[in-house]
Ligand binder design. Structure first.
Ligand SMILES: [Fe+2]
Ligand SMILES: [Fe+2]
Length: 325
């Protein structure tokens, strides 16, 4: 049935009458899980959407409870942050690596989406367990990781980007530092997955703008590293080194980055690592206003036009990851 957007409720299964590029969601048809998602649907300018009640999960309510829809204050009626299927897929034996990679990637997207819809301390803590399972897989299953780092068919949105930067970041850290180094790959991996957490504090209209940002919008967007750092500090999540990933992932080796314009070794090695994979994923993703580059062209562009932004030996090690196994 068709419903006016004002009448949408959390728990309804909606079908967007728009193409992927015209809305900020992962899929065209999905279960609405938060008031924020309803606000995002409203922002597309749609008046009505198709609702499939057979696939909706509306809680049965007393008339009293119906007066106070979930969201806003209180506990709400959220499900777990980490989809059970993510952990099951990682544990399951005998699944071909390619299939496992796709399932892990898709379920990781759902996890990031669940988290970014409401990044409270307890939910970040919950997500860390799911992320740890994915990191474990990357550190121990080379075949699946090979397919994971080569998933390049994706639009650019915060969820796909966070998962890709997480996967690529952990794989590069493993290749660069080695497994038996003093670096805690688990702790820094969580930092990669959460590096853009601060985008939840930026106006969704800016995050989802289908064209280039104005100067002022850019200024607002550039606050996301500090926002993310603050959320993690206030919720007392992650180690300080991992929080630096969030704060410094847009700094560049030649001092042209933000928020502080740090140079060279002033940027923590984990921040340098994250900035490299962050740029690579941005270049290889489709955006409404620019088409994506294939991995080879992206690496070539980074080498020829951006090499001053990156630590050279880190970049060389990154390039090697894309050779056939
Ligand atoms: Fe970022
Ligand atoms: Fe990013």
């Amino acid at each position: 049935m068709r419903l006016p957007v004002e009448d949408l409720k959390v728990g309804m299964f909606v079908k967007m009458p728009l193409s992927w590029h015209e809305h900020p969601f992962l899929k065209n048809a999905f279960l609405v899980e938060s008031e924020r998602e309803i606000a995002l649907i409203r922002e597309t300018g749609l008046q009505e959407v198709e609702v499939d009640l057979t696939r909706s999960r509306l809680p049965s309510r007393t008339p009293e409870a119906a007066m106070h829809p979930p969201g806003g204050e209180g506990q709400g009626e959220r499900g777990p942050v980490v989809p059970a299927e993510l952990l099951a897929t990682i544990k399951e034996r005998g699944v071909p690596a390619e299939k496992r990679a796709v399932r892990v990637w898709e379920n990781s997207l759902v996890m990031m989406k669940n988290l970014l819809d409401e990044p409270t301390g307890p939910r970040i803590k919950e997500a860390k367990e799911g992320i740890a399972a994915v990191i474990n897989l990357i550190l121990n299953d080379e075949d699946t990781t090979h397919y994971l780092i080569n998933i390049t068919e994706h639009d650019f949105n915060t969820y796909t980007h966070c998962v890709n930067v997480g996967v690529l970041g952990v794989a590069l850290a493993k290749a660069f530092f080695g497994l038996s180094s003093e670096h805690d790959l688990m702790a820094l991996g969580v930092g990669f997955f959460l590096h853009d957490l601060g985008k939840v504090k930026v106006d969704p209209a800016i995050i989802n703008k289908p064209s280039r940002l104005t100067e002022e919008e850019m200024r607002e967007m550039r606050r996301h590293p500090a926002h993310g750092y603050r959320i993690l500090l206030e919720t007392r999540q992650l180690t300080e080194e991992s929080r630096l990933i969030v704060l410094q992932h847009h700094e560049r080796r030649d001092g042209t980055g933000y928020p502080r314009g740090l140079r060279g070794d002033e940027i923590h090695i984990y921040g340098r690592l994250c900035s490299l994979v962050d740029v690579y994923d941005a270049l290889t993703a489709d955006r409404p206003y620019k088409s994506k580059l294939d991995p080879f062209s992206a690496l070539k562009l980074m080498r020829e036009e951006m090499i001053g932004h990156f630590q050279r030996d880190l970049f060389e090690r990154f390039v090697l990851m894309f050779r056939a196994p």
